[in-house]
Ligand binder design. Structure first.
Ligand code: PAF
Length: 283
């Protein structure tokens, strides 16, 4: 089947509804484009589980703060279309800010509580923008399933909460982090790193590996694990910690003891580039 490319929300919604009337299941992979292996894994998974796959490519302005990288965020639609097609997508939705946010738009989706810690602290309007655009994308694409990477673990928790709270008939599927061979988590923002920074950025995965090893050896003191992660990062001169935290994976509330699923999450500046990484620890 030929890849369909559409930029108008109403056209995508009409196509999705037509597929659903035929009895086909629809998977949605929301992205901001500049697709890499991480996105590819989401699209392939969606293609293996759904009859039709819609990939959205939209650098959503409402999730960027005033001093963030909206303007410089990398874009390459030709490459994105090729990769989406190769991974099994059927439709790529490429809206513009003007078609997504109509003049006078004044409705926001705000998920409280889960957005207080981690990235919510340093990026105060971020999750309002994410929840609003994902809610809109789900309403447009009418998916049975929507796929998100676990690298953005707080985003995943926020979206799960939102879809449950708003009775949205969609299954949210979290997919494992995809890493470079040397451990760096794949991210469109890795492209900002120069050679030295790229090397220094390995401290993120290395520090988490150190924390995970301690847990595997039986460490139960969460603070000791966090201190070891912070200490490893602090030893890298090009790195500046934004946060190193352990939170409950569902509520994103800070935890002091190991119970349920604990998310060990970090955000670190390497030069001007802010990178995130994490791992889940199930007790
Ligand atoms: O994870 C992302 O790329 C974005 O936050 C998302 C989910 C596509 C919403 O703009």
């Amino acid at each position: 089947m030929e890849l369909i490319v559409k930029s108008m929300p109403a056209e995508v919604q009409a196509q999705a509804l037509a597929w659903k009337r035929e009895g086909l299941t629809v998977g949605l992979v929301p992205t901001m484009g500049y697709l890499h292996e991480g996105h590819a894994s989401l699209i392939r998974r969606a293609a293996s589980e759904c009859d039709r796959v819609i990939v959205s490519v939209f650098v959503n302005p409402t999730q960027f703060g005033p001093n963030e990288d909206l303007e410089s965020y990398p874009r390459d639609l030709e490459h994105d279309l090729k990769l989406a097609r190769e991974c099994g997508a059927h439709l790529v939705f490429t809206p513009t800010p003007e078609t997504m946010y109509l003049p006078g738009a004044s409705t926001w989706v705000t998920v409280e509580g889960l957005t207080r810690e981690l990235c919510g602290k340093s990026r105060p309007i971020h999750f309002r923008g994410v929840a609003t655009v994902v809610c809109k994308l789900i309403n447009i694409a009418q998916p049975d399933r929507a796929y998100f990477g676990e690298k953005d673990a707080q985003q995943l928790a926020v979206i799960r909460r939102m879809t449950a709270d708003l009775n949205m008939p969609v299954q949210i599927v979290g997919c494992p982090i995809v890493r470079e061979a040397d451990g760096l988590a794949k991210s469109s923002r890795n492209t900002y790193l120069n050679e030295k920074e790229r090397q220094a950025a390995l401290v993120l995965s290395r520090s988490l590996e150190r924390g995970r090893e301690m847990l595997e050896k039986g460490e139960t003191d969460v603070q000791k694990v966090l201190d070891a992660i912070s200490g490893t990062i602090a030893a890298e001169p090009m790195a500046r910690i934004d946060y190193v935290q352990a939170v409950d994976a569902d509520s994103i509330e800070p935890v002091k003891t190991l119970a349920g699923t604990v998310l060990f999450a970090i955000a670190v500046y390497i030069g001007k580039t802010r990178l995130i990484d994490n791992f889940y620890w199930k007790v």
